[in-house]
Design a binder for this molecule. Structure first.
Ligand code: PHE
Length: 446
């Protein structure tokens, strides 16, 4: 049980870097564009932005607030705060389901981290140079068809994550986040510039921002909401854990705004980098998880300096994936460490090994087990769906309901530094709009 005095982030900037390191990852660059492609474009983007603002922002703030007040790991922080508010300790379920979510997500996240590693390597060998769309697609399907290759990528990626978490150097990464994240941003902008030269940039813009609501159904809305949770690392207790290291001076609302703007920008710019290439080459918009792996290499393979740019891009993507993956493993490790007599190192190995093992089932879904369907989904899609579309939103819903309805309202108002009007807006959003929004999305998707 952690009763030791908690350390605190040294500054607001450090905290923003850490939270952004967790938030910005494969979710922004790999997942967001293919979900936009799958869900028909701008209407999805618009609903996603609404979810980010009306549901994601309040829940992010709520999670940080619980963590900062509780000064403990998510399950215990929830239990303590509930107890002192005269509510049931059962609220600790929020912490526990969050840890389960983190474990399930990391298992398939690491598989994609492995793809990114493989593409880093393929950049060095010049595998993309001069390839046409068919060649690039063949490269990608070749990778998927090989369990050995996927296993190697997944294993190396997990080893990196385990190594970093075991050494407890997570904080040392802040410096790296500070320089590498902007570098990734610059590269994405370069790719957008390339997209402008294809002659299909206008088409991409209109695909992403000119909505056709005819394509929207309950499934699209649920997907957009799930993505909002996923991309902000919500509903997993991760942001709660980060909040427990926050000191009192930091303004939660302003900080949340900064993190959300950064995260959203990366997602939108990724889309703007990818869709011109899709249109220019007549590629399939709904090619799913493979989308960035069949579009970007095509661009890299056919532009000057492409080998170097490609190497840098996939290295930085791997790095962004690592900082998110670390934040996913950390709570699982803490959980094992607190509830078993195991040391930190042993807990890391156990948690890492369990995640790695589940990841193997996820990667086999692309080849030998592609016929294994549960509720009509293969294992990879099942893990993704269960977490993004159900576990995270439900856990986040409980977190916001707890802060809005269980904690004392005046205390929360003061903690958020809100005036009278601000407090009213916060009350309406946190008590009604956000929770009802989540519930409505569930109901409409049934
Ligand atoms: N937010 C990360 C991303 O977008 C993924 C992640 C999800 C990280 C949940 C931590 C927790 O890639």
């Amino acid at each position: 049980m952690s009763t030791k005095q908690h350390a605190h982030w040294s500054s607001r900037l450090t905290f923003i870097l850490a939270a952004t390191g967790s938030a910005v990852g494969l979710g922004n660059i790999w997942k967001f564009p293919y979900m936009v492609g799958d869900s028909g474009g701008a209407a999805f983007v618009l609903i996603y932005l609404l979810c980010i603002g009306l549901v994601g922002l309040p829940i992010l703030v709520a999670e940080w607030l619980v963590g900062r007040r509780g000064q403990k790991n998510p399950a215990n922080a929830m239990a303590d705060l509930a107890k002192s508010a005269g509510a049931s300790r059962g609220w600790m379920i929020v912490g526990i389901s969050g840890i389960l979510g983190a474990f399930l997500i990391l298992s398939f996240y690491s598989v994609i981290g492995g793809w990114s590693l493989y593409y880093t390597l393929s950049s060095v060998t010049g595998a993309f140079s001069g390839q046409d769309a068919d060649g690039i697609s063949a490269l990608f399907s070749g990778m998927l068809a090989s369990p050995g290759l996927l296993l190697a990528g997944h294993s190396v990626f997990m080893l990196l994550v385990i190594g970093i978490v075991a050494r407890g150097v997570t904080k040392g990464l802040e410096g790296a986040v500070r320089s590498l994240m902007p570098a990734l941003g610059v590269l994405l902008v370069v790719l957008v510039g390339y997209g402008m030269t294809t002659g299909y940039f206008g088409e991409a813009l209109s695909f992403m921002f000119n909505p056709d609501f005819g394509k929207v159904d309950g499934g699209v809305v649920l997907a957009a909401m799930g993505q909002a949770f996923f991309t902000l690392s919500l509903g997993m207790g991760i942001m709660m854990a980060y909040g427990s290291y926050l000191n009192e001076e930091i303004n939660l609302l302003k900080t949340a705004r900064t993190v959300i703007i950064l995260d959203t920008l990366v997602a939108l710019v990724s889309g703007l980098a990818i869709f011109p290439i899709v249109f220019a080459n007549g590629l399939d918009l709904s090619s799913g998880p493979g989308l960035i792996f069949v579009t970007l290499p095509l661009a890299f393979g056919n532009m000057g300096g492409g080998v170097l740019l490609s190497l840098m891009f996939f290295l930085l993507l791997t790095f962004a994936a690592l900082t998110s993956a670390i934040s996913l493993l950390e709570p699982v490790v803490e959980f094992v460490e607190e509830r078993t007599p195991l040391s930190r190192l042993a807990s890391t190995l156990v948690a890492g090994a369990a995640t790695w093992a589940l990841g193997i089932a996820a990667l086999l879904a692309f080849n030998v087990w592609d016929g294994v369907l549960i509720f009509g989904l293969n294992i990879f899609d099942l893990l993704d769906t269960v977490t993004s579309k159900f576990l995270l939103p439900l856990t986040g819903l409980l977190a916001i309901v707890f802060v809005a309805w269980v904690l004392d309202r005046e205390g929360v108002r003061q903690e958020l530094g809100l005036g009278e009007t601000g407090a009213k807006v916060w009350t309406v959003i946190s008590r009604f709009i956000a929770p009802i929004g989540v519930i409505a999305v569930f109901v409409s998707s049934l």
